[in-house]
Design a protein around this ligand. Structure first.
Ligand SMILES: C[S@@+](CC[C@H](N)C(=O)[O-])C[C@H]1O[C@@H](n2cnc3c(N)ncnc32)[C@H](O)[C@@H]1O
Length: 218
């Protein structure tokens, strides 16, 4: 019986599609624009929490950048000196480069890639929970992607308290790591972040809001 359950479990696991493959299809069908519109209210609130626009210069990276729309927003901020977008979907990055041939967009499947430079601001919207171990990604971001004094602001809509989101892994047939708000806060602290704050932004009707985690590197 145990072997049977193990086989069923691994079959279900193996039949899950890679998130990057699904989002490449979305990019090819033009669904990236709808996602951009759908995330806009949350991202604007997140950038406000990050103190953007800023009066001091800063470098930034958007992790899981999709078609790169947040990179282009950051590039419009007169004090951003360098903006990089990374995503594991080739079609999303191709779309980003088509829209903005001057932008720095890279195909990088995470967590198996690290930048050769560090950033003052790390942004991420609706990316972390696609990973099997988002907690260790947070630690990697803290240790290897950020300058001292840098800030991370990351948003997730799939989390335990957002009950409407709990059906998404089955609906999309994609792995999602379901963490509670407390789990995310613990993960941020254990990753080494200081001044950790959680916010729920852009709540509307039955949507309880994007869970935003903010933290600084000492
Ligand atoms: C829900 S979309 C969000 C895109 C963008 N942040 C936005 O708000 O429009 C999630 C993005 O994460 C990317 N992604 C998922 N898993 C990834 C992985 N393991 N490595 C790199 N990118 C990944 C997908 O390709 C997709 O573009």
């Amino acid at each position: 019986m145990d072997i049977f359950l193990e086989w069923v479990g691994s079959t279900v696991f193996m039949s899950r599609r890679e998130a990057t493959e699904v989002f490449s299809e979305w990019a090819e069908k033009g669904k990236d624009k709808g996602m951009e519109n759908g995330h806009a209210a949350s991202v604007h609130a997140m950038l406000k929490l990050a103190g953007i626009p800023r009066s001091e210069t800063y470098s930034a990276v958007d992790v899981g950048c999709g078609n790169g729309w947040v990179c282009r927003l950051l590039a419009q901020d007169g004090t951003s000196t360098r903006v990089v977008g990374v995503d594991g979907s080739e079609a999303m990055i191709a779309k980003a480069k088509t829209i903005d041939s001057e932008g720095d967009y890279r195909v990088t499947v995470l967590p198996d890639w690290e930048p050769s430079e560090k950033f003052d601001f790390v942004h991420s919207m609706e990316f972390l929970y696609y990973l099997h171990d988002p907690q260790s990604m947070l630690k990697q971001l803290h240790d290897n992607w950020m300058n001292s004094g840098g800030m991370l602001v990351a948003g997730v809509d799939h989390y335990l308290e957002n009950e409407d989101s709990l059906s998404w892994p089955e609906a999309l047939n994609v792995h999602m790591t379901t963490l509670s708000m407390e789990d995310w806060k613990t993960a941020m602290i254990e990753a080494g972040f200081r001044d950790v704050e959680l916010h729920q932004v852009a709540a509307k009707d039955s949507f309880i809001g994007t869970l935003v985690m903010c933290g600084k590197k000492a």
